[in-house]
Design a protein around this ligand. Structure first.
Ligand code: SF4
Ligand code: SF4
Length: 355
C-alpha cells in the first residue's frame, strides 16, 4: 500500500512535539493525581510518571512572552510544552525534583500556576477586536481584566467544583456558554446607512438572516435598500455581519449581560442552558469594573452556599432561581421573564446550515 501522503491542511502529527515519556506511554495511563493546585501527576501502566505544571497567560501573547515561556521550558522543564484550549501553557517534566523550581520561576515571571481541579479556570473568549469583524466589545481585554481580579481563585482549588467562565463579543456567534458567561447585549435596532446598502449587501440574504422577519427590502431616496420593523427587532445583530451598513455596535447602547448555569453535556448528563441574571451592564474598558463586581459576587455566594462537587448549574437547580437572586442580591426585573411571542417558533435553533 502506498504511504499516506502529507496533506497541506489540518493539524500536524502531534507525536513529534510530544514529551518522549508521553509518546512512549500513549494510551496506556493508569491514573492521575493532583499533588497541588496547578500540578498533575500521571502514572502509566509501565510505572513511568510525568508531572504537568499548568500556568496562566494573558491569552493574546506577544512574541517576547512566547520566547520567554520557551526559554523557561528549555531551562526549567524538559523542552516540551503544550497549550490547553483555554490558552494555559503546560510544561511536562519526568522528574519530581524539577517541579518546584519550575513553579518558582513561573511565579517570579508573573505567570500564575493553577487552573486545575475545583478552581476558576482561565476564561475562554471569542476573538474580539483583534481578529473578528463584528464584535461589539473586546473579549481578551475582559478576560485579562477579570482574571487579574480572580487571580486567587485560579491559583487555589477551593471552589465547590470547577468553574468555567466565558466571554463572547457578539450576541449570535461563537462562545458564550459557561458556568458564568459575559456576553455582549445590543439594546437598540441597527442604524442603516442607506447610501451603502446597495453597494455592499446582498439584500435577500440579509432578509433571510433575521430570526424574527423584521427586515424587508425598501427603496430609500431612489436606491435599493432595506428597512427594519423596530417593533419586531430583538436587537440580535445577526444582520450586521452580512451587511455592515446595518451598524448595531454603539458605544452607549451595546452593553454586557451576564448569564449563569450553562454546561455542555457529557457522558453522564444532559446539557443545561444558561439563564440571564444581569443585563444592561456598561461595556466599560479597560477594566470592566461593573461586570467584574457582579461575577465576583456570584462566585462568592456560590463558594459559600454550594455543596462540594456541585457545579454552578446544580447549585442553582437545588436552591431555585428566587433564592439565587436573593443570595446574590442581583435585581430581578421584568426583563428576566422570557415571555416574548414574536419569534418564529425555533428562532435560529435549527441545526441546518443556512447561507
Ligand atoms: S463572538 Fe461574534 S464578534 Fe466575537 S469573535 Fe465570535 S463571531 Fe466574532
Ligand atoms: S438586529 Fe436581529 S432582529 Fe433586528 S433586524 Fe437585525 S437580524 Fe433582525
Amino acid at each position: 500500500m502506498p504511504p499516506r501522503m502529507p496533506i497541506e491542511s489540518g493539524v500536524p502529527d502531534p507525536f513529534q512535539y510530544m514529551h518522549p515519556l508521553m509518546a512512549r506511554n500513549f494510551g496506556a495511563w493508569n491514573y492521575h493525581e493532583r499533588p497541588r493546585p496547578g500540578v498533575l501527576c500521571h502514572t502509566a501502566k509501565s510505572g513511568d510518571k510525568i508531572w504537568t505544571v499548568r500556568a496562566g497567560t494573558q491569552r493574546q501573547m506577544d512574541l517576547y512572552t512566547i520566547r520567554k515561556l520557551c526559554d523557561i521550558a528549555d531551562e526549567y522543564a524538559e523542552g516540551y510544552v503544550r497549550f490547553t484550549i483555554r490558552s494555559n501553557i503546560e510544561f511536562m517534566v519526568s522528574n519530581e525534583a524539577k517541579v518546584q523550581p519550575l513553579i518558582d520561576k513561573l511565579t517570579a515571571e508573573g505567570f500564575p500556576v493553577g487552573g486545575t481541579g475545583p478552581s476558576v479556570s482561565m476564561i475562554a473568549h471569542t476573538q474580539g477586536w483583534l481578529h473578528c469583524d463584528i464584535p461589539g466589545t473586546d473579549a481578551s481585554g475582559v478576560v485579562k481584566a477579570l482574571m487579574d481580579e480572580l487571580y486567587e481563585e485560579f491559583i487555589k482549588e477551593d471552589m465547590p467544583n470547577r468553574v468555567h467562565i466565558t466571554t463572547s463579543c457578539c450576541q449570535i456567534n461563537c462562545g458564550g456558554q459557561g458556568d458564568i458567561a459575559i456576553n455582549i447585549q445590543h439594546t437598540k435596532p441597527p442604524k442603516i446607512n442607506h447610501d451603502l446598502v446597495a453597494n455592499v449587501c446582498e439584500r435577500p440574504s440579509v432578509v433571510a438572516r433575521c430570526p424574527v422577519a423584521a427586515i424587508r427590502p425598501a427603496l430609500v431616496n431612489g436606491k435599493p435598500s432595506l428597512e427594519v420593523d423596530e417593533k419586531k427587532c430583538i436587537c440580535c445583530g445577526a444582520c450586521y455581519p452580512p451587511c455592515p451598513p446595518m451598524q448595531i455596535n454603539d458605544p452607549e447602547h451595546s452593553k454586557l449581560a451576564i448569564w449563569v448555569g450553562g454546561n455542555h453535556s457529557n457522558a453522564r448528563s444532559k446539557p443545561t442552558f444558561q439563564k440571564l441574571v444581569a443585563a444592561g451592564i456598561p461595556n466599560n474598558p479597560p477594566r470592566w469594573t461593573e461586570a467584574a463586581a457582579i461575577v465576583k459576587k456570584i462566585l462568592r455566594v456560590y463558594k459559600e452556599d454550594a455543596r462540594d462537587w456541585e457545579r454552578l448549574s446544580d447549585w442553582v437547580a437545588r436552591i431555585g432561581w428566587p433564592r439565587f437572586f436573593e443570595l446574590t442580591e442581583l435585581p430581578f426585573t421584568k426583563f428576566h421573564i422570557d415571555n416574548w411571542r414574536g419569534a418564529r417558533r425555533s428562532l435560529n435553533a435549527s441545526t441546518h446550515i443556512r447561507f
